[in-house]
Design a protein around this ligand. Structure first.
Ligand code: DGL
Length: 249
């Protein structure tokens, strides 16, 4: 694929399908922007890899992203944000937005919250910092070790996938989804805990919109959305599924 087919696209990256939730929200909020979705599906779950491996994989994808002269890149993966967003921002000059667990919202609404994250996010210094800043000592974090790969592997059986066995038994005031893969199971998680659930998707898409507000737009041309890297055909199919479910982009 040639980079001149795109006009300063926004490149969205996740290990696998999780970030497609964010792609859909961003595409709706920024109707004239070109998007390229990059994933690394064959290396999911990132959350079970050591930080050095995650960093290596993410930088390999970003080398490719940089060739598209993006208006911005979004790390739609809480795990990659936690492990290496600071290093990415040091290396690349384009703006990089990262999704992070919405701890602040979870605490604000309920006073205490359960964060469901990946093991790598849960063990990261950056998540510890987030909890110190906004958690007021009221955050419980649980990292179900197989949940992200289960969702990645069974997405086309949705909604008949049963994740209840992987959820910790407790009564949280709110639940924060600290992994974009878990967003696919948001309804089930809500029904399981019967409390508000936050995913950070709209907040991150809002951030992008603000960032792009000074970029020129070209409303007269049909914008492009493309999928590269990993199992790009699967990613496109998941995108079509999500868009088909809730109207057009
Ligand atoms: N979707 C990614 C996140 O938000 C992680 C999934 C994985 O472990 O690969 O953390």
């Amino acid at each position: 694929m040639c980079c001149t087919q795109f006009f300063r696209p926004v490149c969205i990256f996740d290990s696998g399908i999780g970030g497609i939730n964010l792609l859909v929200a961003c595409a709706r909020m920024c109707p004239h922007t070109d998007f390229i979705y990059f994933a690394d599906n064959f290396n999911v779950p990132y959350g079970s890899l050591p930080p050095e491996r995650i960093r290596e994989n993410v930088f390999a994808v970003f080398e490719r992203i940089a060739t598209f002269d993006p208006a911005s890149a979004i790390v739609a993966c809480n795990t990659a944000t936690a492990v290496c967003i600071d290093d990415l921002r040091k290396k690349y000059t384009f703006p990089i937005v990262g999704i992070q667990p919405a701890v602040r919202q979870g605490i604000k609404v309920a006073g205490k919250c359960l964060v469901l994250a990946t093991p790598a996010t849960a063990n990261s210094p950056s998540f510890a910092r987030l909890c110190r800043l906004y958690g007021q000592g009221r955050v419980e974090v649980v990292a179900p070790p197989f949940l992200a790969s289960y969702i990645e592997d069974n997405i086309f059986s949705y909604p008949d996938i049963d994740i209840a066995a992987q959820l910790p038994a407790c009564s949280p005031g709110s639940v924060v989804l600290g992994c974009t893969h878990y967003v696919f199971a948001e309804e089930q998680i809500k029904n399981f805990y019967l409390c508000p659930v936050f995913d950070g998707i709209l907040g991150t898409a809002d951030h992008l919109k603000l960032l792009l507000s000074t970029e020129p737009t070209f409303g007269f041309r049909k914008r492009k959305i493309a999928f590269l890297g990993g199992d790009f055909q699967k990613n496109e199919k998941v995108f079509r599924l999500l868009v088909g479910k809730s109207g057009t982009i």
